[in-house]
Write a protein that binds this ligand. Structure first.
Ligand SMILES: Nc1ncnc2c1ncn2[C@@H]1O[C@H](COP(=O)(O)OP(=O)(O)OP(=O)(O)O)[C@@H](O)[C@H]1O
Length: 195
């Protein structure tokens, strides 16, 4: 265990970041399928009301707006955002909970979130997933078919800053160029199990 590791189980979270469309979800889906009991996502907090069948502390930690705002004040969040009038966010404690349960927490977050995790004592390791080229990234975003033109252009614009950050000194522990998906997946697994 390194000095930066503070969870009692020594399970260091893995932060995966990189522009939208680089293939983070694709790689992580494979990882969870191959190792279903080794990894976990943290339970998010939200102010939205539970839907039928949703279980508090399992699907989400359901909070009132004042509770959520107090947690923001106490700087408990790694990241949070408002969508359609509801607040959503991930706390440091939620990440720690995954480690305490004996699993490696996987965080798929944006650059702001990455910077925020770096300011915590979670002892996380950082994986930057990069596209082979910006042209290929654009092709994948269009090929995925989940975004309209405006959204694709917005994602590409955001990608510039994310690539710049990911390529900057000390931003990540490993940069994986997701060209061939099998190669990229192998690099990810090798890195994760390298300690
Ligand atoms: N190595 C690869 N070669 C070609 N296509 C790929 C590769 N990896 C992923 N893709 C495809 O690229 C598209 C984007 O991948 P994915 O949705 O996994 O990206 P993402 O980084 O998770 O994006 P977001 O941040 O928006 O969730 C998908 O259609 C996926 O099938």
């Amino acid at each position: 265990m390194t000095a930066a590791t503070v969870t009692s189980t020594g399970k260091r979270p893995i932060v995966v970041f990189g522009p939208s469309g680089t293939g983070k979800s694709t790689l992580l889906k494979r990882l969870f399928a191959e190792y279903p009991t080794s990894f976990g996502f943290s339970v998010s907090n939200t102010t939205r009301l539970p839907r039928a069948g949703e279980v508090n502390h399992k699907d989400y930690h359901f909070l009132t707006r004042p509770e959520f705002l107090s947690a923001i004040e106490r700087k408990e969040f790694i990241e949070y955002a408002e969508f359609s009038g509801n607040l959503y966010g991930t706390t440091v404690q939620a990440v720690r909970d995954v480690a305490e349960a004996g699993k490696t927490c996987i965080l798929d977050i944006d650059v702001q979130g990455v910077k925020s995790v770096k300011g915590t004592d979670l002892g996380a390791r950082f994986v930057f997933v990069a596209p082979p080229t910006v042209e290929e990234l654009e092709k994948r975003l269009r090929g995925r078919g989940t975004d309209d033109e405006e959204s694709v252009l917005k994602r590409l614009e955001t990608a510039k800053g994310e690539l710049e950050y990911g390529n900057s000194e000390g931003a990540c522990d490993i940069k994986i160029v997701n060209d061939d998906v099998d190669d990229a997946y192998k690099k990810l697994v090798d890195f994760i199990f390298s300690e």
